[in-house]
Design a protein around this ligand. Sequence first.
Ligand SMILES: *Cc1c(COP(=O)(O)O)cnc(C)c1O
Length: 384
Amino acid sequence: MRFSDRMDTIPEYVGARLNRKIAEARGRGDDVISLGIGDPDLPPDPRLRERLAAEVQRDDAARYPTNHGEPALREAVATYYQHRFGVSLDPTTEVLPLLGAKEGLAHLAAAILDPGSCSLIADPGYPVYAGGPLMAGAASMPLPLLPENGFQPDLTAVSAEVAAQSRLLIVGYPNNPTGAIARPGLFGELGAFAQQHELVLCHDNAYADIVFDGEPAPSALADPSFRAHGIEILSLSKTYSIPGWRIAFAVGNPDVIAMLQRLKTQIDSGMFPALQRTATWLLGQTDVAGPPLAIYRARRDLACQQLQAIGVPVTPPAGGMYLWVPVPTDESSLAFADRVLEQAGVVVTPGNVYGAAGEGFVRMALTVPEDRLGEAITRIGAIL
Ligand SMILES: *Cc1c(COP(=O)(O)O)cnc(C)c1O
């Protein structure tokens, strides 16, 4: 058999690698605590499941959907954006359903990039920011998010040459993995940068509703200059603890939305109608339970306190579902993560999988109960 040369450039996905390592350790009989994958552990609001079950019963729920989505769904997204973010959207041209943010991010790169062009991506960042360009045969260049800059990109550090090759720029706040929230003015600066270099902006807003202290997170589209050049991707996975349902939306610049839609019509045939109707209902409610913020906050505080007690200087994140933890030994992120799994039976994600600037850190997901989180940190303390 012969496969695409492109496949040689695509690394094994971080989640797939972690799942394989967990299965190996459990196969040896280890009691593994996984702080690896950010998969909400608490069930969604029961009304969501009831609603979906009822929608599945309808005869037309088994028919083909369209990529554009049902008008009622696109209107519900537009109304939601108005209420939640103060952003008005045209439901016909500025809203597109996605089968998860991951799908949208990967295909966005394919719709925009050619071999020889590149995407500027947050580093550390969600792995698909780099995977999408690879599948398009294009390159990605890092926008390092460093602790000394509060994990914000420094656009003045992008060389003229790289800026000229770039067609796409992707960031996301509240940020996975660092937990930072966007500094005031960031989206406007990105808008000016996009205007100057003629590139498309994408803001990945997967954690819009997971902010622990202070103001709720904004939409990048609330900034007119960002909006003129870009889109935002809103995922319901983390907000409503429904990552398995695969519901997200691309919203914003109509030219970008149209191109993404055109590409998707060759790949998928749209979102399961029962999910579209459940999402339409959900976006119109004000009392469906969102993320379990109090629980995540209590886990964050407990884990930070315990890590500090074992000598690991971690900064409590402002948002998201993760701790971004400096490696407390002189090992690489990968060597430390491998040793933590082997000797402590705890899965942490090595920071380098999120990009070169993630070296020196590991990510711990706050998606396990407090007692297991505490146990995991006690075990890590014992092998330092
Ligand atoms: C979880 C996550 C996603 C994926 O969301 P889906 O809608 O479930 O595909 C996208 N971006 C970031 C930063 C994430 O952490």
